[in-house]
Design a protein around this ligand. Structure first.
Ligand code: SF4
Ligand code: SF4
Length: 257
């Protein structure tokens, strides 16, 4: 029997909100499964959101990618759970019980209208992980402009209120009063028939200990940092500059930068 889009025939947990997890969630949801899409950070996107252009068409990565983000965010059969981690999994194919921990964003996701005023007024600047720490962002932040969900969050490792009970500017100025400093981690139990692991990758910084001098020389960067340098939305607006002093790379004969 054919199932309609809005009639889930089962539940699946997809762990990882990068391009692999997103495509998997869309494929499953389109065939009628109800999908819980777990992502450890504040937004879906993973590594692909950080790329500049992609092979072989040389298209802008985020231009290709953002329609999928919109699709996944609006799909009736997909529930996105950000800031989450799979803690425990029991069971067998057909019946799994997953225990998930959801970290607080300190912003009420229902109320936040993404006006950006908290980030604008926040006095605390910190290295921006999305840009490979080559640029700065505020302790109140949106990971990138096309983020899904489009909700701001507070960085609990740097926010002055969360660390020292100082500042609190964002709470005073937030129009819909979405800032909630007292949010706590949440435990969620999900019963599902299948689990797909799409955890992505971490950069292997072997060069840190070796011949390339990563970590010793500021102008030695990882491939993902270089993607952010190339990107028009990156720390140098797409200009190839040296991280050490912000200077331009010297022109080589026949190579115009
Ligand atoms: S000021 Fe409030 S509504 Fe505006 S982006 Fe920040 S948390 Fe969201
Ligand atoms: S309370 Fe924290 S996030 Fe809010 S403005 Fe101050 S430092 Fe920034």
């Amino acid at each position: 029997m054919e199932s309609s889009l809005n009639t889930p025939v089962g539940k699946v947990i997809v762990v990882g909100g990068g391009i692999g997890g997103i495509q998997c969630a869309l494929d499953l949801a389109d065939t009628g499964f109800y999908v819980y899409l777990l992502e450890k950070s504040h937004t879906l996107g993973g590594a692909m959101a950080r790329l500049d252009k992609t092979f072989p068409t040389n298209d802008c990565s985020i231009c290709m990618f953002s329609p999928k983000l919109v699709q996944v965010a609006g799909h009736a059969n997909i529930e996105i759970i950000i800031n989450s981690r799979l803690l425990d999994l029991q069971g067998e194919p057909g019946s799994f019980l997953a225990q998930i921990e959801k970290q607080p964003p300190y912003v009420n996701e229902e109320k936040c209208i993404a006006c950006g005023q908290c980030a604008e007024k926040c006095p605390k600047e910190v290295p921006d992980p999305f840009n490979g720490e080559l640029g700065m962002r505020k302790a109140a932040f949106l990971t990138f402009p096309q983020a899904v969900p489009l909700k701001y969050a507070l960085d609990d490792k740097h926010c002055l209120y969360l660390l020292k009970k100082k500042c609190g500017i964002c709470k005073k100025i937030c129009p819909p009063q979405a800032i909630e400093f007292d949010q706590q981690p949440e435990m969620i139990n999900i019963h599902a028939g299948a689990v797909v692991l799409s955890a992505g990758f971490e950069l292997a910084l072997t060069a840190k200990h070796g011949e390339f001098g990563y970590g010793r020389y500021q102008n030695v960067v990882t491939s993902l940092q270089y993607e952010r340098i190339l990107s028009a939305t990156g720390p140098y607006s797409g200009h190839i500059r040296r991280p050490s002093d912000g200077g331009f790379q010297k022109k080589s004969p026949g190579f115009n930068v």
